[in-house]
Design a protein around this ligand. Sequence first.
Ligand SMILES: Nc1nc2c(c(=O)[nH]1)N[C@H]1C(S)=C(S)[C@@H](COP(=O)(O)OP(=O)(O)OC[C@H]3O[C@@H](n4cnc5c(=O)[nH]c(N)nc54)[C@H](O)[C@@H]3O)O[C@H]1N2
Ligand SMILES: Nc1nc2c(c(=O)[nH]1)N[C@H]1C(S)=C(S)[C@@H](COP(=O)(O)OP(=O)(O)OC[C@H]3O[C@@H](n4cnc5c(=O)[nH]c(N)nc54)[C@H](O)[C@@H]3O)O[C@H]1N2
Ligand code: SF4
Ligand SMILES: [Mo]
Length: 706
Amino acid sequence: MTQSVPTFCRICEPSCGLLADVENGAVTRLRPNKAHPVTKGFACHKGINFLDVHNDPDRLGFPLKRQNSRAELPASFAQTDWDSAIGEIASKLTAIRGRYGDKSIAGYMGNPMAFNSTGQLEIPGFFKGLNGRFFSALTQDCANKLAASEVIYGSGNLHPVPDLDNTDYFLCLGENPRVSHMSFYSVADPISLLRGVISRGGRVIYVNPRKIESVSPATGEWQPIRPDSDLYFLAALLNTIDAAGGFDEQVIARHGKNIEGLRRFIQPYTAEAVAELTAIPAAQIRQIAQDWMAAPRASVHMSTGVNMGRQGSLCYWLVQMLSFVTGNLGREGGNIYSRGFYPSTQFGALRNSEGFNPWQQSAQGEFREVAGNLPGNLLADYIHDEQQPIRALIVVGGNPLLSVGGEVRLREAFPKLELLVVIDIYRSATAEYADYLLPATDWLEREDINMTGVGMQSQPFVHYTEAVVAARDQRKPEWWILAAINQAMGLPSLLDADEPQPLRKIDGLLAMAGLTRQTLLEKSAQTQVCDVPAPELLFSEGLQFADQRVDCAPALFEPAFDEARKIFEESTADTQLRLINLRTPYMHNSWFQNVQKLKRPAHQRNPLHISPADAERLNLSDEQTVKVSNQWGEITAEIKLDDSLHTGAVAMTHGWGNQRSFGLSVAQQYPGVNVNQLLPTGPGSYEKLSNQAFMSGVPVQVEALA
Ligand SMILES: Nc1nc2c(c(=O)[nH]1)N[C@H]1C(S)=C(S)[C@@H](COP(=O)(O)OP(=O)(O)OC[C@H]3O[C@@H](n4cnc5c(=O)[nH]c(N)nc54)[C@H](O)[C@@H]3O)O[C@H]1N2
Ligand SMILES: Nc1nc2c(c(=O)[nH]1)N[C@H]1C(S)=C(S)[C@@H](COP(=O)(O)OP(=O)(O)OC[C@H]3O[C@@H](n4cnc5c(=O)[nH]c(N)nc54)[C@H](O)[C@@H]3O)O[C@H]1N2
Ligand code: SF4
Ligand SMILES: [Mo]
């Protein structure tokens, strides 16, 4: 008999409600849950096709132990049992730690762990407990947003979202809602909201070097921009608005501080001054400023295309400022507060907001941790370090070899480790270097709630799911694996209890909303829809500074202000090609690469997209093989002429490059090229304020292959 089990997707932020058809203990079908009170039957093909990942014969089922040297690929793995694997890993970790100290142990946590509530809550704590080093996909993604919010609002967890249900004007920078379903704004079907803005007579503007799939008469217009120049565009917008008297002095006096610092920063950046650099004519910048001011209610949002430039934190700051100084923050139709089922902004509060100083000193100079994270771009450096190298690395649900900049340096670094443990659902590119490769459960095999969107949901809700089916073979949840290692090391462990409580923290958060897992199970689609707070609660409840004021020029930014001037002065309008990212519906970072259904002929490669004008200038033609290079590396790629690109920008999809992923049979047939070989790596390759990697707008040369 088929049973229809409600659950939700854990691939990206919206957490779409799904129904899983289960027959004889196996999932036979995944489909959108029309009865879900918030996602209302929306799900994309990745969520639905996850069944192919769940059933993939290439999935890991048993703990594996490497038989050959780490310098030798392919890895030769032999099956082992959990007791042996855990025991051996624990004694190696203990020995390495004893010999070289705590900092010789490190962890890297990948993006899928953000969609795994027990993982998200337990994994960082494991490495903290060992006093080790910690890295995650955060510094490849959005670390700038946390670092900026922390000093603007006093909480790294306050990220005002655009009120698309009510806005008249929406400025969307470096984000592609149609393909990626937005980030830091959780909504299942953003396109229907964007359509709503237009059909109400409003406007949507996508500021982007590419005419993205989200652009259409029904969903919004394209404003081209030169990659990595958004800071100056935003500054000029604010400058123009201020000159026209568009700052709301009353709101600023009531809720702001340090406005002079903001004015000082934007002062040199007139529309004329930045036009050449941003490739946006001054008249057009003035027009956007005017439209913003004329709109009864305007909202703004930026995402990874801007995060990954050189100055993501400052860009996020100016995005907040645009909303705040024009009176659109904490107001219906502007950028609003989205309270989750628990008060997450309080959890991200600065411990000591007065004189907050995150800097630590080291032989290599000042550094900081952002939400506990070191820069992913230093992972290879820390392994190669002479003084205090990382000797043991545990990678949980991540694929740094393909997702972090500098593949070649990581390939050189991994063999130097004394221990590499990879916990994954697949034998990934990174896993080829593992001493121990441990099989994790997937999201149909584990219980969960949707944690990641908290504080960023268009409609706040909390959804609980039990495991839909039992874990296949010997797969284990990540929390269990780490707790077992802890226990075998003789350290406190969740497994010490007779009945381990991996969800105790979640239960605590649910209790704050008067909920329990049991009460959620009894609700329609196992979901509690939460109240949408009054927009102005952003100031009284969301803001975490004691004075409840928005900091318009955080002192921590001072050195970055100087740096911004320097970058501006050094920049010239040139014909330099700049490499940007290109997400497609057929990949999810590096991990839908083994799904045959998503490998139709048009999706079997990741070519270098280039505008016809640039191709002509360089005398290149469609499908030609070229060398793409810069100071960081060199790749061979195929050209794809693409008139959606603004001249000067070239684009390539990341997550490819599976030539040496020997455990992924489909991905091996269509390996593609790892574009991250061209990304900066090492000191100076990330934003100092936030550890955010510089990954978009990276200069490259393209030339015909001899
Ligand atoms: N050039 C370029 N590089 C980028 C980006 C870009 O736009 N351009 N984007 C960056 C961004 S935003 C991100 S978030 C990072 C992602 O960086 P990572 O998180 O390091 O990489 P993913 O490709 O998401 O790899 C996820 C790994 O987790 C495994 N996995 C999937 N589900 C589970 C699970 O339930 N449990 C376990 N244990 N493993 C699981 C997958 O098999 C895969 O090996 O990449 C970054 N890299
Ligand atoms: N199908 C699919 N969906 C995904 C993912 C995936 O890999 N595939 N990844 C998920 C993850 S981990 C994340 S973090 C989110 C990310 O979600 P988004 O941030 O929406 O990611 P992208 O679709 O890469 O959009 C980034 C946009 O920035 C533009 N851009 C590049 N450089 C610049 C610049 O300098 N300035 C401006 N203004 N724009 C620029 C690019 O052209 C691109 O359209 O997506 C999630 N959803
Ligand atoms: S939009 Fe994201 S959460 Fe929703 S079904 Fe697609 S991948 Fe899953
Ligand atoms: Mo991401």
